[in-house]
Design a protein. Structure first.
Length: 205
């Protein structure tokens, strides 16, 4: 699904969208849930994009439905993988997720990537701004590219409206609420969530 001239929501991941940014370098935002990797590769092929054209994979957070194909896509693309330093231990399996997420991670096993990098101190990769927005997970981030906000699981959209994620899915809902207010002060036109459809911001945030 085309969002803007250079941003696409991957239909292969509908329900927990991963996004493609086609800028000076091609960047993938999140990787969907386990089992969606082959669909992602097929969709890239339909767009005349070789897997090796993807240079970076940026993860918004450690949840299984966002890192589900990270090992496969690392192997197929050779891309450099990035995540927050707070969430990397969960991705590597060095820390256990809490609550229902721990159960999900047991049921939906995810292969670990060979290499993963912490976001740089300047919080910028390929003209994409990394915005720390903890709450849903300890190291959740949002990303801003031009006028597009990649919201991860900070919020969700439904029926053309923006709303918070269900509190039982959050690591710290109070912190998540503060992150939502923080993002409200930023400039962007499009909201691209993982759950729900991309929408124009207007007065909906």
């Amino acid at each position: 699904m085309k969002v803007t001239d250079d941003v696409y929501a991957l239909d292969a991941t509908k329900g927990n969208y991963a996004y493609l940014i086609i800028g000076k370098e091609i960047v993938l935002v999140d990787t969907g849930r386990p089992g969606q990797g082959k669909g992602i590769l097929k969709e890239l092929e339909s767009m005349n994009i070789n897997p090796q054209d993807i240079k970076h994979i940026l993860l918004t957070h450690h949840d299984v439905d966002h890192i589900g194909n990270i090992a496969l896509l690392e192997k197929e693309t050779g891309a450099k993988i990035w995540a927050s330093k707070e969430d990397i231990p969960y991705i590597r399996g060095e820390k256990n997720r809490e609550g229902i997420k721990r159960l999900v991670s047991i049921i939906m096993r995810v292969k670990k990537p060979e290499n993963i990098n912490s976001y740089p101190e300047n919080q910028k990769i390929c003209n994409i701004r990394i915005i720390p927005t903890p709450g849903h997970t300890p190291g959740h981030v949002c990303l801003i590219y031009k006028d597009v906000l990649f919201a991860g699981d900070l919020i969700r959209t439904s029926n053309g409206q923006v709303g918070p994620m269900m509190s039982f899915m959050n690591w710290n809902t109070d912190l998540s609420s503060k992150s939502i207010k923080k993002v409200d002060n930023l400039s962007f036109k499009w909201v691209c969530p993982a759950h729900g459809e991309p929408i124009e911001r207007n007065d909906k945030w």
